[in-house]
Design a protein around this ligand. Sequence first.
Ligand SMILES: [Zn+2]
Length: 288
Amino acid sequence: MPELPEVETIRRGLQDIITGKKIVQSKVYDSPKSFPNSPSDVNNFLYGSEITSVRRRAKVLMIDLSTNYTLVIHLKMTGQIIYRGDIKFGAGHPNDSLIGELPDKSTRVSFDFEDGSKLFFNDQRKFGWIKLIPSLEVKNLPFMQKVGPEPLDDDFTVEDFIHRFERRKNTSIKAALLDQTVVAGVGNIYADESLWGAKIDPRRRVKDITNDEFKSLYNEVRYVMDLSIKKGGSTDRNYVDAEGNKGSYLEFARVFRREGQACKRCGHIIEKIKHAGRGTHICPGCMH
Ligand SMILES: [Zn+2]
């Protein structure tokens, strides 16, 4: 599943590439659920519009249009966004569609720009979608109302971070970190990595975590997500530059998918357990 850093990678790429381009046509490939918009809205507010900016909230992308409408995109499990023009760019679910001939059998929607370049939305499992809605209504979407603050925002303080967990005092710290209403966009990889960094056992209750541990966790969450964005996301195969570039945060992971290997901090063997319904990687030697 694309995580926040992959979606941010897409946002940065698109912001540079498609801002200012004019959309002249779109096509939906036998999957109406992927693009549930009325033909009249598409005609009136999509065609002829220019892209003014590309934003992100948690794992949701927003492409703002000069008509004051916005394309809201949720990649869900297997979504990809791929640009093809004088340059190639793509990110999201890691498979060969990112570098192959398009459209292919996973293509759900495509957009044609005036200059002949194209943007493809691929989604093997069809859980993702693109909705065209008035820009002013974006903030009223149920998802936007519920989702927690962005952990990487400059004004998101350690005090804010601690305060967000007060609503989940009796769950485990890992379950609370994964809860998107507590903070936005912390997926399984980043939960395990940041808990290891802060030396906190993922199974401990939120109410038993000290303020010093929360401070350490806050710094770790920001560190691992920031590093992952710099590496272009967390997937094993990463095609951010369409050349099959394999640079990935996972090469830098300290505990995630390292079960059976020695902990780089204390030398104990890393274990994989099941917790909060997820594969959870821990070092029994250096967590408390
Ligand atoms: Zn250790």
